[in-house]
Design a protein around this ligand. Structure first.
Ligand SMILES: Nc1nc2c(c(=O)[nH]1)N[C@H]1C(S)=C(S)[C@@H](COP(=O)(O)OP(=O)(O)OC[C@H]3O[C@@H](n4cnc5c(=O)[nH]c(N)nc54)[C@H](O)[C@@H]3O)O[C@H]1N2
Ligand SMILES: Nc1nc2c(c(=O)[nH]1)N[C@H]1C(S)=C(S)[C@@H](COP(=O)(O)OP(=O)(O)OC[C@H]3O[C@@H](n4cnc5c(=O)[nH]c(N)nc54)[C@H](O)[C@@H]3O)O[C@H]1N2
Ligand code: SF4
Ligand SMILES: [Mo]
Length: 698
């Protein structure tokens, strides 16, 4: 038996692990006490890694469809045959119809994320997507760049503990989301700090907070604007920092003067008095961290919601201070995505290019296709037909809004290739299904936290399952066969290139595990912020030039009790979807007994007062409906939710029901969500939270 240090990647990852391996098989995984971030801790998903890695349903060989699309019959083929055939068909489609007709799909924050972007550029293909992006992370990253020139993360790993944490639409004690491992948040809370949670549910994190503001879903911008109003009118802002390091403060002050707590109370359901108290608590306990979650992006006002929160951080002087929200150090060289290989003509054909400038246009942080436009093009050939889709770890029938449309689109493709760990509902529709490697089976370099890259962690392949291959290898093999530019550089050479400033090679780092330079604070004092004015842009000149509001505003969600009073008679509750569960990562892990046993069924969280009204008991099956469809869920009665809000799990399918299409149409939250316009004007975000719904006994 061999013992290795490694890094867990069951979620966005980062926990240090000690892995026992026998005959290429993972036997045991436990936390590595020497990890500077997780310090020995792991969550239940990570600890279940051996069960995931060795699960009998793991895909082990490349498969080729036999008979009609989606009929479930497969032929086992060799890698040579799979790669030769796929590359031949890709080359033909590219030659006959143009590279824009080949799309790439991938999942959230995987090890191969940037490699997919690189491969798309190598192909000259402008249309790649990931189901998050406009609905996850891109607004937060882009707004950070626009406002203070870099992404910020909570300083949980330094000497100074935050004095206050404001959790906004975020439940990191469960999600360990993008930087803030649950254990780091636990440690900060244990050391003692003031706490506020803005969340329609009293989540596991909100429960630990002294203030809980159960906001009406989708109205966060109004709440944030009222907090800015209080902080400015009561002069609770950091005057020194604002004067020296920001532009547009006077404009902001004028702009927010009408956004009083009384104004916000009517919109957000949060009492004016609570808004004042929360604003005061956040502004007067320093250093403070503002932990923003994905909820602020799953609505059609994602740009301004994120902007208002970024401004709260800035005017309170909490940026890049010990124990506050620190700017990323980006110690790794950026991934060579070969942007120059994508021609300007090809870029302009990207779906969404003209309309959603910060998602798909030239100014976007990481330009990608607008998902509703992509599936429309697949279904209707408008403005051109998407003919091929290569998916690396995404289950769009579950994680993209409007799965009926996704299904229609996938069925119409000339070529669908899905690479995954398991056969998923989406993979059943493919021409080729390729077996992906699990995190113990890959070589990988990761900057931690994601995007900020203050540390570098590396992992070497230590196990092997069947014929599984890591996604990067598959892309590289296809690139070689298609003779694409850059195909002479392997992914391991890329890791060495990324590390070259640090004087350490990938092989050396993967033996050590971690590279953690001391954190530098107040980096802006040297050269200013990386914005056009070199200061924090409260008033964004860039947004103004692009035709977007330079100061944040509130817009009522297009589907809400206020926008649609008639519809809300039929659908009287506000629906939120996809609050994360400790045991699952999105649509994954339903086949893992240790994880499934805690949550055997898809659940809807309902306030007891609603249950009483419609005669429901706990654990009854219910039908949750929106104007777009109906699904079946199990009722979980709880006081820990605003009485007008219903929260449903997302990502549900039933791996045990292979013969019935895995029950993909039964409890799929995205049958209820909305992929129709209007979208956020800058990012094209669609509404996954804050919609109208109804509920009845099944
Ligand atoms: N209604 C609703 N929908 C949502 C959300 C919501 O809150 N509500 N959240 C959205 C958000 S924020 C996101 S980020 C997306 C996530 O959406 P996805 O990324 O699509 O979600 P997953 O189910 O985690 O991953 C898809 C597949 O990747 C496979 N996989 C895991 N690791 C690997 C690997 O290394 N290689 C390969 N090839 N495959 C792998 C898994 O087996 C799984 O089948 O969902 C979005 N959808
Ligand atoms: N275990 C587990 N961990 C995960 C994931 C997973 O699937 N499982 N997914 C990963 C991914 S891709 C992401 S994006 C992150 C997400 O990580 P988080 O942002 O922490 O997670 P969520 O649980 O999606 O949402 C947080 C809270 O927002 C609340 N909420 C819903 N609508 C609104 C709203 O309109 N306003 C406000 N203020 N709050 C609202 C919900 O009640 C929920 O408690 O988690 C990552 N980590
Ligand atoms: S939080 Fe859990 S799943 Fe994520 S890296 Fe840590 S142990 Fe793995
Ligand atoms: Mo996400």
């Amino acid at each position: 038996m061999q013992i290795y240090k490694n890094i867990c990647r069951v979620c966005h990852g980062g926990c240090g692990t000690i892995v026992s391996v026998e005959n290429n098989k993972v036997i045991n995984v436990k936390g590595d006490a020497e990890s500077p971030v997780s310090k020995g801790w792991m969550c239940i998903k990570g600890l279940s890694s051996p069960e995931i890695a060795n699960h009998p349903d793991r895909l082990k060989n490349p498969l080729k469809r036999k008979g009609g699309r989606g009929n479930g019959q497969w032929e086992v083929i060799s890698w040579e045959q799979a790669l030769d055939e796929i590359s031949y068909r890709l080359g033909k489609i590219k030659g006959d119809f143009g590279p824009e007709t080949i799309a790439l799909g991938q999942g959230t924050g995987r090890h191969h994320y940037m490699h997919v972007v690189r491969f798309a550029n190598q192909l000259g293909a402008p249309n790649w997507y990931e189901p998050g992006l406009a609905q996850c992370f891109i607004p937060r990253i882009t707004v950070s760049n626009l406002t203070y020139g870099n992404f910020v993360v909570a300083d949980y790993y330094g000497e100074v503990n935050p004095s206050c944490i404001l959790f906004w639409g975020h439940n990191p004690l469960i999600t360990s989301a993008d930087s803030e491992l649950a254990i780091a948040v636990h440690r900060a809370l244990r050391k003692g700090c003031r706490t506020i949670a803005v969340d329609p549910r009293k989540s596991e994190t909100a429960e630990k907070c002294e203030m809980w503001l159960p906001v009406r879903p989708g109205t966060d911008a109004a709440l944030a604007l009222a907090m800015i109003n209080i902080i400015i009118t009561r002069e609770l802002y950091d005057k020194d920092f604002v004067e020296k390091w920001t532009v547009g403060f006077d404009d902001l002050k004028r702009h927010v003067s009408v956004f009083t707590p009384e104004w916000a109370e009517k919109i957000t359901w949060v009492k004016a008095e609570d808004i004042v108290n929360a604003a005061t608590l956040y502004a007067t306990n320093k250093p403070a961290v503002l932990e923003w979650g994905v909820s602020i992006e799953q609505n059609t006002n994602s740009l301004h919601t994120a902007r208002a929160l970024a401004i709260l951080r800035a005017i309170t002087g909490n940026i890049d201070v010990p124990g506050g929200d620190i700017l990323g150090m980006n110690i790794l060289k950026s991934y060579p995505v070969l942007k120059d290989k994508l021609s300007p003509e090809s870029s302009k054909k990207r779906l969404g290019y003209e309309e959603f400038k910060l998602l798909s246009g030239w100014r976007a942080y990481m330009p990608s296709a607008h998902i509703p436009a992509l599936f429309k093009a697949m279904c209707e050939g408008d403005p051109y037909k998407i003919r091929a889709l290569l998916i690396f770890g995404n289950n769009p029938l579950l994680t993209v809004s409007n799965p009926k449309r996704v299904y229609e689109g996938l069925m119409k493709l000339d070529l669908l290739v899905v690479t995954d760990l398991f056969m998923t509902p989406s993979a059943t529709l493919a021409d080729y299904v390729l077996p992906a490697a699990f995190w113990t089976e890959i070589d990988h370099l990761m900057g931690f936290p994601l995007v900020a890259e203050n540390f570098a962690v590396a992992q070497a392949k230590i196990a092997q399952t069947g014929e599984c291959r890591q996604d990067e290898w598959i892309m590289d093999e296809l690139a070689k066969r298609l003779d694409l530019p850059g195909s002479d550089m392997t992914y391991k050479e890329i890791f060495d290139y990324q590390l070259s400033d640090l004087g350490i090679t990938f092989d050396e780092l993967s033996k050590k595990g971690y590279y953690c330079p001391p954190v530098k604070y107040r980096k802006y004092e040297e050269k200013g912020f990386r914005t056009p004015s070199r200061k924090v842009e409260l008033f964004s000149s860039v947004l103004k030039r692009m035709g977007y509001d330079p100061l944040p505003t509130f817009k009522e969600p297009p589907e809400s009790p206020v926008s649609n009073p008639e519809l809300s008679k039929k659908f009287p509750y506000v629906l939120i979807t996809g609050s994360r569960r400790r045991e699952f990562f999105h649509s994954e892990h339903r086949q893992i007994p240790t994880l499934r046993k805690y949550r055997p069924d898809p659940c809807a969280e309902i306030h007891p007062s609603v249950a009483e009204k419609i005669g429901l008991s706990d654990s009854d099956w219910v039908i949750v409906s929106s104007q777009r469809g109906e699904i079946r869920m199990k009722a979980r009665l709880t006081e820990k939710i605003h009485p007008a809000v219903i929260s449903i799990d997302h990502g549900w399918w039933f791996p045990e029901r292979e013969k019935e299409n895995f029950g993909v149409w039964e409890s799929n939250a995205n049958l209820l969500t909305n992929d129709s316009p209007p979208y956020d004007p800058a990012f094209g975000s669609y509404q996954l939270r804050g919609l109208l719904c109804n509920i009845r006994k099944a």
